[in-house]
Design a protein around this ligand. Structure first.
Ligand SMILES: [Zn+2]
Length: 370
């Protein structure tokens, strides 16, 4: 019971942080737009350098820097303080800051490159820019997904060998049974950062792989780990990464189209010098933040459907609902998950079905198959 209480208070704080972050973003974006601050930052930037791309670059540094400053306290509270308070983190402050710096530098670099390209397109092709920008963004996210296992993950984790030969044989048999051409399962050193356990399938084309956290391998039986791997193979067999990628691409294109309409409608209202005036960027971000919040329930619903399909695949392949249920129960305890979150929280925050539902699903499967 104490465990359930801790899970509830932990997640309540996480939800509060999320809403605080969205509210702060919205507030700052409104101030930038309606207070004329964005125009002012653009004037300063172009006073420093009046070349189109260099002026834009200075503006981007200031704007992205301001968002980093706003989010740092929230990130510290949610990602460091709270994780330690609930004894989920194994990182010291220096390690945590290093990770934040690496992640921030990476996402900052990607944002600056993509946004510079987008403003170049707004200038060169004001009518059809959003289609070109969408094509670039989609290509870029494909490339990012492709290098995720080989380039991005090694920036934050180390791949480590799986020593348990019995487990390796078991996994190889499972691969053969499912006729999956993946060569092996990879393990990463989660344990020096967190107590939580996780597993996922990632990558595109040749880089595709199943990754298990060492915290999973250490604490779970071979049968339970087989259930996890079978779930990940379900994603592989159902082409779920491609489905999610396609859904995301539609969102990007749709979002850019809405941005195009809104920019053209409100451009003169805010006093921007044209579509390609980077002072309008807060408006672009505001549209994407709003669309993101609106689309979250739909994207979670889609993701939960996919997860249910992978659970079904796992149960059908292993035919071991007892291990499935013990796995879910242990994961819930280890990760301090809410077994049964409030309905609104489920709609907004759960891209996997809550554990109680996954357990009930396995129990129903067992009842139907005995
Ligand atoms: Zn999954």
């Amino acid at each position: 019971m104490a465990e359930a209480g801790a899970a509830k208070s932990y997640h309540t704080r996480k939800y509060q942080i999320y809403f605080a972050g969205v509210l702060l973003d919205a507030l700052w974006l409104f101030i930038l737009l309606f207070g004329g601050i964005s125009l002012q930052i653009r004037r300063w930037s172009f006073d420093v350098h009046d070349h189109f791309y260099l002026g834009n670059l200075i503006y981007l540094f200031i704007l992205l820097g301001s968002f980093t400053l706003i989010h740092l306290p929230l990130k510290f509270y949610s990602g460091y303080w709270l994780e330690h308070r609930y004894k989920l983190s194994n990182q010291n402050i220096r390690q945590w800051l290093t990770d934040q710096f690496k992640a921030g530098a990476l996402s900052g670099l990607v944002s600056i490159v993509l946004l510079s390209l987008m403003y170049g397109l707004l200038r060169a092709a004001p009518q059809s820019w959003w289609m070109y920008a969408g094509a670039i963004w989609i290509t870029f996210s494909f490339l990012l997904a492709r290098v995720l296992p080989t380039v991005i993950i090694p920036l934050f984790y180390k791949y480590i060998p799986i020593d348990n030969q019995g487990l390796k044989d078991r996994i190889r048999r499972l691969f053969d049974e499912c006729r999956v051409p993946l060569k092996e399962v990879y393990a990463i050193d989660f344990s020096w950062k967190t107590r939580k356990a996780n597993a996922f399938v990632c990558g595109m084309g040749k880089s595709r792989r199943v990754v298990l956290a060492d915290t999973l391998i250490e604490n779970y039986s071979d049968a339970e780990i087989e259930v996890v791997v079978a779930h990940e193979l379900g994603h592989y067999k159902h082409h779920d990464l491609i489905k999610l990628f396609a859904a995301n691409s539609i969102f990007i294109l749709g979002g850019l189209f809405v941005v195009d309409r809104i920019l053209k409608g409100l451009n003169s209202y805010f006093g921007f010098s044209g579509l390609d005036d980077i002072a309008g960027l807060p408006l672009v971000i505001l549209v994407f933040v709003a669309l993101g919040v609106i689309m979250t329930p739909l994207s979670n619903w889609f993701s939960c459907r996919i997860e249910r399909g992978a659970d079904r695949f796992s149960l059908e392949t292993t035919n071991d609902s007892a291990s499935f249920i013990s796995l879910m129960t242990k994961l819930g305890e280890q990760n301090l998950s809410e077994m049964e979150p409030a309905r609104w929280a489920e709609i907004f925050f759960y891209d996997h079905p809550p554990l109680k539902k996954r357990i009930a699903f396995a129990e129903a499967f067992q009842a139907n198959n005995t």
